[in-house]
Design a binder for this molecule. Structure first.
Ligand SMILES: N[C@@H](CCC(=O)N[C@@H](CS)C(=O)NCC(=O)O)C(=O)O
Length: 219
């Protein structure tokens, strides 16, 4: 049985597991309360960040690497185009851009805007991180003008990676997505696998509801 430690980017892993129909257990990790006293989790990831997985004698961190591991070990799956398929290069590109270009950048914008002391909020690094997010998002927008999903005609794990990043941007910093990105997120999140993942991930669901309520107040 695969155990997923923590939501956050762990939502990507849960979504993938739901799409693949693999059994798993979700173990809550409360980052807000702090993980100092969570000895079981620290034994899995001494660096203290989420997500992590345990699968038999395999322990891993990094959401994209975990997804690649699961698809390689328990595939083949249509979520991962094979290297000889035409969709493969852009699949690889957007699978990684979803974390390295998008989520990692907006994560630090959130940290600056919502967690830093007031005088440190508007700083060079936070502005640079936002610009990085926006330039990478431009590649997503360009691609969506040509195909419904990032690798091509079919939904893949690259869409799980990028959809999570776009939701993070919207929920954490109120980033206004364009029409094409909004339609894309609606398309990806109408999947049954996404809905099951949202049912399983209580913290993510509560976070999404809070963000929607805040957005409605601002509207
Ligand atoms: N690149 C990593 C990012 C992991 C990450 O930063 N996770 C956040 C929550 S989603 C976290 O644990 N932050 C607390 C920390 O880094 O100590 C991944 O994709 O898994």
């Amino acid at each position: 049985m695969i155990t997923v430690f923590g939501e956050g980017r762990g939502f990507r892993v849960v979504w993938l597991l739901e799409e693949m129909g693999l059994p798993y257990r979700l173990r809550r990790v409360d980052l807000l309360a702090g993980v100092e006293d969570d000895a079981e989790f620290l034994a899995i990831n001494p660096a203290g960040f989420i997500p992590a997985i345990v699968d038999g004698d395999v322990t891993m961190v990094e959401s994209i690497a975990i997804m690649e591991y699961l698809m390689a070990r328990y595939g083949p799956t249509p979520l991962a185009p094979a290297p000889q398929e035409a969709d493969f290069p852009l699949y690889q590109q957007f699978l990684h851009l979803g974390e390295a270009g998008l989520a990692a950048s907006i994560y630090f914008v959130n940290s600056a805007r919502n967690l830093a002391p007031e005088p440190e909020r508007n700083n060079h690094t936070a502005r640079h991180a936002l610009e990085t997010f926006e330039t990478r998002l431009g590649l997503v927008t360009q691609r969506l003008a040509r195909s419904p999903y990032l690798a091509g005609e079919r939904f893949t794990a690259a869409d799980i990676s990028v959809t999570y990043a776009l939701q993070l941007a919207r929920r954490a910093v109120g980033f206004a997505l364009g029409e094409a990105e909004q339609a894309y997120v609606a398309r990806a999140t109408s999947r049954e696998g996404y809905k099951r993942a949202m049912q399983a991930c209580h913290d993510t669901r509560a976070w999404a509801e809070r963000a929607e309520a805040l957005a409605a107040q601002g509207a």
